[in-house]
Design a protein around this ligand. Structure first.
Ligand code: CA
Length: 244
């Protein structure tokens, strides 16, 4: 059995250097959540809690800006406008609690590269950050993000889990759950942690949601594909990925 580790951490690097992401957000809980997920993915983060400091930091060798619109001092739109006017070309991702179409239009007119609406799943934000950096050539695709565990292959680029080369046909949440578990192989993850990482911190459902999805995942992998059990129950706590 060969089990290569997750390679998603490579996404945050270019030429062996960690990419620097500015997280400009005045809501501390959201900021820390984003920082946590970005760093887990191999990025370096710099935080700013208000407009003026966000602007100052953004001018200092930042590779990508995650920009809250509602920042004290100078709002996110003004920061984006200023950075573009100064000729800075780093990708900018606007994060906003507002859902008006006009905001989306304004964001792109100002030169933003993407637009995320709160509440969001941090996992999705990180995925978008990676996609933008990949598009702008700042991360290399030389290392395909494929995790292999015996007959099971998890292909992050194709968003596909395969057994013996055949797509298992997982639903998006089942797939996301498998990725989080497999990326932490051997580590017991609580239902709470799984909820946060797969469904997002703002998800209202209860922990049984996790159980239901684990059951489906096992049914597909074990019963349909006769794979040895790899998602183990950690009683009174959560689940652990441990290939046979
Ligand atoms: Ca805000």
């Amino acid at each position: 059995m060969t089990a290569s580790g997750p390679t998603s951490g490579d996404a945050g690097t270019a030429h062996g250097m960690s990419l620097r992401v500015l997280v400009a957000e005045d809501d501390r809980a959201i900021r820390e959540l984003l920082v946590h997920h970005l760093e887990r993915d191999g990025f370096r983060t710099i935080e700013a809690g208000d407009g003026p400091s966000a602007l100052r930091v953004a001018r200092d060798g930042i590779d990508l800006v995650l920009l809250d619109v509602g920042l004290p001092g100078v709002d996110g739109f003004d920061i984006a406008r200023t950075l573009r006017r100064e000729g800075r070309t780093m990708p900018i991702v606007i994060v906003t609690a507002r859902t008006e179409e006009v905001d989306r239009v304004v964001a792109f007119e100002l030169g933003a590269d993407d637009y995320v609406t709160k509440p969001f799943s941090p996992r999705e934000v990180v995925a978008r950050v990676r996609a933008i950096l990949r598009r702008s050539g700042m991360t290399s695709d030389a290392t395909p993000a494929v995790m292999r565990f015996g007959r099971l292959e998890i292909d992050e680029a194709a968003r596909e889990a395969r057994v013996d080369g055949r797509d298992v046909g997982l639903k998006p949440r089942e797939y996301a759950l498998l990725v989080v578990l497999a990326a932490n192989a051997g580590v017991a993850l609580s239902r709470d942690t799984l909820l946060e990482r797969v469904w997002g911190y703002d998800f209202d459902g209860d922990e049984r949601t996790v159980d239901v999805h684990v059951r489906r995942l096992r049914m597909k992998l074990v019963e349909e594909y006769h794979l040895d059990a790899c998602v183990h129950t950690v009683h009174g706590f959560g689940y652990k990925f441990a290939p046979a």
